[in-house]
Design a protein around this ligand. Structure first.
Ligand SMILES: Nc1ncnc2c1ncn2[C@@H]1O[C@H](COP(=O)(O)OP(=O)(O)OP(=O)(O)O)[C@@H](O)[C@H]1O
Ligand SMILES: [Mg+2]
Length: 394
């Protein structure tokens, strides 16, 4: 049995491979116990397994460390399309506190209460989460002070619990959404850096579906970046052809590929575990899967494999959709896209940025590329079937 491709927690026996990556990240993180907390950037394509990987590492280090997994995209301010530093900090605080309390650590409640009073934090209300009351800050609370408070808390919690934990590990998933903050570098990234660089027992792992070309990586990790070359990068790659082969042979032995059938399977999924798992689950078992059958099954099942991208497609504006379509036959420059759409280059600036933020498109050497082959294939098939693309109707 293999897990469905949207699962975020895999059982021990469902999690395949990644032995070197696990060793690597674990040994880096364990230097936190000597007061050498590293800062790490975990990169990899969408669906490659970053989230399940972080959750596995969390499980393995949970006994010795306070490990806090925070998925920024689950922050209310992001979900309600109302991104703010304040909203992110509030979310960070909430997730951090719940984890620390569930671990029965001393969370300095009295000191925090006093700090709120002295600094005039406006508490709107307390919400009950996981049995614990968590404050919700009023909009008058000073953002700088809130950031200062939230980002220095992990170190303080470590200090007052150093008999119980060797350090604090904070995993921030979907970190790329900070790009939706106005002026995210000035307002967030540089400040974040200034807090975490001096915290010897607090390690951060930033992760998100950022392709290697992405500007954010250089903003964060390069010599010139916010972390001045001190950040270590770990990349999670898709499974190789051999890995997919041994994975499926072991986990789904009743999938009977011919050689060409398997080649086609690998090509369709690009070795991305999310797609491998969904497609392998959907394929018929115990019959020979030759190239043609795999191809037609893929076209048949593409809507399921592609579900998350279809959801994203449906949320795009019509102009963004037109831009995607203009790139189906190959990469284009900005002015070429504008010409195809019969609009000015200025009017596509914002949609181009949006599409890049959503990682549906990559800019490399002045050329815009589609970054999701499965979305592209789905659009082509829709066109073949209906004679038109599935544009939004308004
Ligand atoms: N090591 C693994 N063994 C087995 N299945 C895996 C493994 N890694 C990933 N998968 C499969 O891939 C799916 C997607 O993984 P995950 O959500 O961690 O990807 P991601 O890189 O976080 O993607 P995104 O960028 O969209 O957040 C999982 O639900 C699981 O089915
Ligand atoms: Mg993820």
């Amino acid at each position: 049995m293999i897990p469905w491709g949207t699962r975020e927690n895999l059982r021990e026996d469902e999690f395949y491979n990644r032995i070197a990556e696990i060793d690597n990240l674990k040994s880096l993180l364990q230097t936190t116990s000597n007061g050498n907390a590293p800062q790490i950037l975990l990169t990899g394509l969408r669906g490659v397994g970053k989230t399940v990987f972080l959750k596995k590492i969390k499980k393995e280090l949970d006994n010795d460390y306070l490990v806090v997994y925070i998925n920024f995209s689950k922050a209310e301010c992001y979900q309600k399309r109302n991104m703010s530093v304040m909203g992110l900090m509030e979310f960070f605080f909430k997730e951090f506190l719940i984890e620390a309390k569930n671990k029965n650590l001393n969370t300095l409640d009295k000191r925090i209460e006093k700090y709120f009073k002295v600094n005039d934090f406006k508490i709107k209300e307390f919400i009950q989460l996981d049995k614990f009351p968590i404050p919700v800050f009023g909009s008058e609370t000073n953002v700088e002070k809130l950031m200062d408070f939230v980002l220095t808390l992990p170190e303080k919690i470590h200090e007052s619990n150093s008999d119980k934990i060797k350090g604090v590990l904070i995993f921030i998933d979907e970190f790329q959404i900070i790009k939706e903050l106005d002026d995210y570098k000035e307002s967030f990234l540089w400040k974040l850096r200034s807090y975490i660089q001096n915290q010897n027992y607090v390690s951060y792992v930033f992760s998100g579906s950022m392709s290697m070309q992405d500007e954010l990586i250089s903003e964060i990790a390069s010599q010139r970046g916010a972390f001045g070359g001190r950040m270590l990068t770990i990349n999670i790659s898709p499974f190789s052809k051999e890995t997919v082969k041994s994975y499926l042979t072991q986990e789904v032995p009743n999938l009977k590929f011919s050689d060409e059938g398997f080649d086609r399977f690998f090509k369709c999924t690009s070795g991305i575990p999310a797609y491998v798992n969904i497609f392998a689950t959907l394929l018929p078992k115990d019959i020979e899967l030759d190239e043609n059958l795999v191809k037609s099954e893929f076209e048949d099942k593409i809507e399921v494999i592609n579900t998350h991208l279809i959801v994203m497609w449906d949320k795009l504006t019509l102009r963004e959709q037109y831009i995607i379509i203009s790139l189906i036959d190959g990469p284009l420059k900005r002015n070429e896209i504008a010409k195809t759409l019969n609009v000015t280059t200025g009017s596509i600036s914002k949609p181009l940025v949006n599409l890049q933020h959503q990682e549906l498109m990559i800019l490399d050497n002045n050329l815009y590329y589609l970054s999701e082959p499965i979305l592209k294939r789905w659009l082509e098939l829709e066109y073949e079937k209906n004679g038109t693309y599935p544009f939004r109707l308004d």
